[in-house]
Design a protein around this ligand. Structure first.
Ligand code: PEP
Length: 254
């Protein structure tokens, strides 16, 4: 089973667009339900409308949360609020959140809050830049070590990891990663998890790719990049392209 997770980021603007997109994404989730687990993560304000309109098998997640339950955090949202509004998953550690201050320690605290409320974490990790010596691996190592520091195997197994090189994300991306770059990282992440836990646990953790994934390059990330699916931003806002991506990764090669 592959994963297709849509990060809607700060879009769309209107409720009417939300309903339309949920309905179209539900149709995609239904068409590919035998081979894809499809999840959408809208802005929190749309969670009630999305939950109401998303039909089986489409699943719903959120895009972030406060690291503590203290009330005096104007503008933030707690894990409890997300749970009560129907979020079963939640993205944390996204580079756009890290850029606004969510460091590794905060991400670690957010993980605890999500586990408290039985929300599945979608943990984003990724290096800001690449160098030819492999120093970027230390950035990934630190992100992983901090996030998993206190997690018991039962918790670790539940996390979905999205490898998202920062330089490959969004409209300012330099380019998407290559499947070979993705594969190297998937091996590195699994090796780290295997060293911390064991091979069985490391193999059970879902590893996704994110960063300018689209209907044209997606298949190669699965066949050659060892990705078990995708966290997609822009493409998740265009139903036709999302459908094409779903088709590309699920249709057997002729
Ligand atoms: C993202 O925001 O997580 C992402 C992968 O964005 P995009 O697909 O637009 O690069």
């Amino acid at each position: 089973m592959l994963y297709l997770i849509g990060n809607w980021k700060m879009a769309p603007e209107k409720n009417s667009q939300v309903i339309d997109l949920v309905k179209k994404t539900t149709a995609i989730a239904r068409t590919y339900k035998k081979s894809l687990t499809t999840i959408i993560c809208p802005p929190a304000v749309f969670l009630p409308a999305v939950v109401k309109n998303a039909k089986v098998p489409l699943l719903v997640g959120a895009q972030g949360l406060a690291a503590s339950d203290a009330i005096a955090q104007t503008g933030l949202i707690s894990a409890g609020m997300l749970k009560d509004n129907g979020a079963a998953y939640c993205i944390i550690g996204h580079s756009e959140m890290r850029a606004r201050g969510d460091n590794n320690e905060i991400v670690k605290q957010q993980l605890t809050k999500l586990f408290d409320k039985k929300i599945v974490p979608i943990l984003c990790i990724g290096e800001k830049t690449r160098d030819t010596q492999g120093w970027y691996l230390s950035e990934i190592k630190e992100q992983l070590e901090t996030a998993f520091a206190d997690l018991v195997p039962l918790q670790a197994k539940k996390i979905i990891i999205a490898y998202e090189p920062v330089w490959a994300i969004g409209k300012d991306a330099t380019r998407a990663a290559t499947p070979a770059e993705c594969r190297e990282m998937m091996i590195f992440i699994r090796k780290m998890l295997s060293d911390k836990y064991d091979e069985k646990i490391a193999k059970s953790i879902v590893l996704l790719y994110g960063g300018s994934a689209d209907e044209f390059n997606a298949r190669s990330f699965v066949t050659d990049g060892a990705a078990q699916g995708f966290l997609v931003g822009r493409v998740s806002l265009e139903a036709k392209r999302l459908e094409a991506l779903a088709k590309a990764i699920t249709t057997p090669e002729k």
